[in-house]
Design a protein around this ligand. Structure first.
Ligand code: P6P
Length: 336
């Protein structure tokens, strides 16, 4: 891949397009970029740490080996609280939201929500994992402690969202509301390079992504759609291909590149779905819509329009190529 532009250069270039930009959002991306590099390094030595840490799970320094998602949470929290533009953080790894009180942070204009290491159970089996982040302007007065309302905003109010996928290569994919752009990490240079400018969700696809082990627990509309995917019909490129990694960022990223639909429906095991609205579904839905795709929780229920009621609430999640999500929605409507 020809190295043309780094993430830092791209952000500065885009910032110049906003005359009243203050550089604070760019500073948040600098924090995320730094923490992503550190987490990339930690993930890529995880296996080795296991080997050296085999005796009672201690690493070579004799430190208790922390779980990688806790390490990732700490790295992102430290980086985000170091620049004075983020005043609070909500994370899958934190029971409640955190107010950054020290220094300039309390005057920060933004709050960040994140899943620092989504799918972390896959690390032990060397499957790709990801970081998911979401950025909002705070609603509470500058200088005051953050409130829960700062974090319970509908996804449509996001000023930025993105993910880092730690896969065969590490990529950072984000949007600030003007398209979706992907950057590939070059560890030899320590830089993220623009590799996927203006990513577009194909309007159609041949991939459906769902944990079919839960089929018996799905509502009828979802069952009928899965059967639709499996029926042979050359005119509509069916049967589709089933691909399920079990890591949201990886399944989403593949579908964004190739076209497809990802489904995590409600079920008897997860009556309101498994995935978290605030720091998994909203950021992915923001990216999906920015790339021309679609994300719903149910019939006529766009993910980004849902008014959150609690930090860790779960929702059913259907996201991907617009025509595929539309087709699914018709099945949900007909068989609900
Ligand atoms: P299941 C990983 O644990 C995760 O939160 C998402 O990354 C992934 O899409 C989903 O759960 C997988 O869940 O129930 O199919 O193992």
């Amino acid at each position: 891949m020809e190295i043309t532009k780094t993430l830092g250069e791209f952000i500065i270039e885009k910032q110049a397009e906003y005359p009243d930009a203050t550089g604070e959002l760019s500073s948040i991306f600098a924090s995320i970029r730094l923490a992503a590099k550190v987490v990339h390094r930690e993930i890529n030595k995880a296996g080795l740490a296991d080997i050296t840490g085999a005796a009672g799970n201690e690493n070579v320094q004799g430190e208790q080996q922390q779980k990688l998602d806790v390490i990732a949470n700490d790295k992102f929290k430290a980086a985000l609280s170091a620049r004075g533009v983020v005043c609070g953080l909500a994370s899958e790894e934190e029971d409640t939201y955190v107010h950054f009180e020290d220094g300039l942070c309390k005057n920060g204009k933004y709050v960040v929500l994140m899943d620092p290491l989504d799918g972390s159970s896959n690390i032990d089996v060397n499957v790709s994992v990801g970081t998911i982040f979401s950025v909002y302007r705070r609603l509470s007065p500058i200088g005051e402690p953050v409130t829960e309302e700062d974090f319970l905003q509908p996804g449509r109010a996001q000023v930025a969202a993105g993910y880092v996928i730690y896969g065969s290569s590490t990529m950072l994919v984000y949007s600030t509301g003007n398209g979706v752009h992907g950057f590939t990490y070059d560890p030899s240079l320590g830089i993220f390079c623009l590799s996927h400018p203006d990513m577009q969700f194909p309007s159609d696809g041949k991939i459906y992504s769902v944990n079919e082990g839960n089929y018996v627990h799905f509502h009828d509309g979802v069952k009928q759609y899965i059967k639709y995917c499996q029926v042979e019909d050359k005119k509509t490129n069916r049967p589709y291909t089933s691909r399920y990694i079990g890591s949201l960022v990886s399944d989403f990223h593949r579908n964004l590149l190739k076209g497809g639909i990802f489904l995590y429906p409600a079920s008897t095991q997860y009556p309101t779905g498994k995935l978290r609205l605030l720091y998994e579904c909203n950021p992915m839905a923001f990216l999906a819509e920015q790339a021309g795709g679609c994300a719903i929780a149910g019939v006529s229920e766009r993910i980004l329009d849902i008014k959150p009621t609690e930090l860790h609430q779960r929702v059913p999640f259907f996201v991907g190529s617009e025509n595929m999500v539309d087709k699914l929605e018709r099945f949900l409507r007909e068989f609900s």
